[in-house]
Design a protein around this ligand. Structure first.
Ligand code: CA
Length: 227
């Protein structure tokens, strides 16, 4: 999943980026509100972390822009301004969560996970797809009791992202943007996604046919999960 970090304290912004990279998030960092505003208007993110106290921009205005141009992104406000008023205003404007500084990076990460589960209506972190057990917390896939260790990090990211958007077709461009963080102009440029899907199928097929992983002709891919 991709994350936009808008934070003018360079040390904190960089620390966030390194920390979230370790949890397999793809990060873009803006050290001021103006460049953050530009990114929000052209890219689509899964998460937008907004510092309210920016030298050149009102963080609450950025939040409004995020809700407008990135309606599907989860917005989390980071701020030293612990005043109740800002907190309420931020939540009123549609922020999904609020972390007063200083905060623990682990807390941020666990809140991001909790919001993700809530947002996508996942009741648990272990998904059973016809005997394939996908553990979104440990990032492992097993077929019954056998762990499939050949699945790479990126292959897991692909599967996990499709599970979160279950029953919805995602285009190659969407997958590329959210998992690799690179924007491609059309599906032709992103046929490496096809190669990854092919590898995933091959590795899973050793155990059973992953019928739930569907190719939607001319569009992209989808993971079907009933109820
Ligand atoms: Ca600041």
């Amino acid at each position: 999943m991709n994350v936009l970090i808008i934070e003018d304290e360079k040390a904190l912004a960089d620390e966030l980026e390194i920390f979230l990279n370790n949890y397999n998030y793809i990060c873009e960092v803006c050290y001021n509100g103006t460049s953050g505003s530009e990114k929000i208007a052209v890219n689509l993110y899964d998460f937008i972390l907004i510092d309210l106290g920016l030298p050149d921009y009102d963080g609450l205005d950025l939040l409004k822009e995020a809700k407008k141009y990135n309606p599907e992104a989860v917005c989390i406000i980071l701020t030293a301004r612990a005043e109740v008023y800002d907190r309420i205003k931020g939540l009123d404007l549609g922020a999904d969560d609020y972390l007063p500084k200083p905060f623990s990076l682990l807390e941020l990460q666990s809140r991001m996970q909790a919001i993700t589960r809530r947002k996508f209506g996942l009741k648990q972190n272990l998904i059973d797809l016809g005997g394939f057990l996908i553990n979104l917390t440990d990032r492992t896939i097993a077929y019954y009791n056998t762990e499939i260790s050949t699945i790479t990090k990126k292959e897991f990211d692909l599967i996990a992202y499709l599970i979160l958007h279950k029953n919805r077709t995602l285009t190659r461009s969407q997958l590329s943007e959210h998992i690799w963080g690179s924007i491609v102009n059309d599906d032709y440029d992103s046929n490496y996604i096809d190669a990854h899907i092919k590898n995933i199928r091959k590795k899973l097929n050793v155990h059973a046919s992953p019928d739930w992983l569907e190719t939607v002709r001319g569009l992209g891919y989808k993971i079907k999960i009933n109820a």
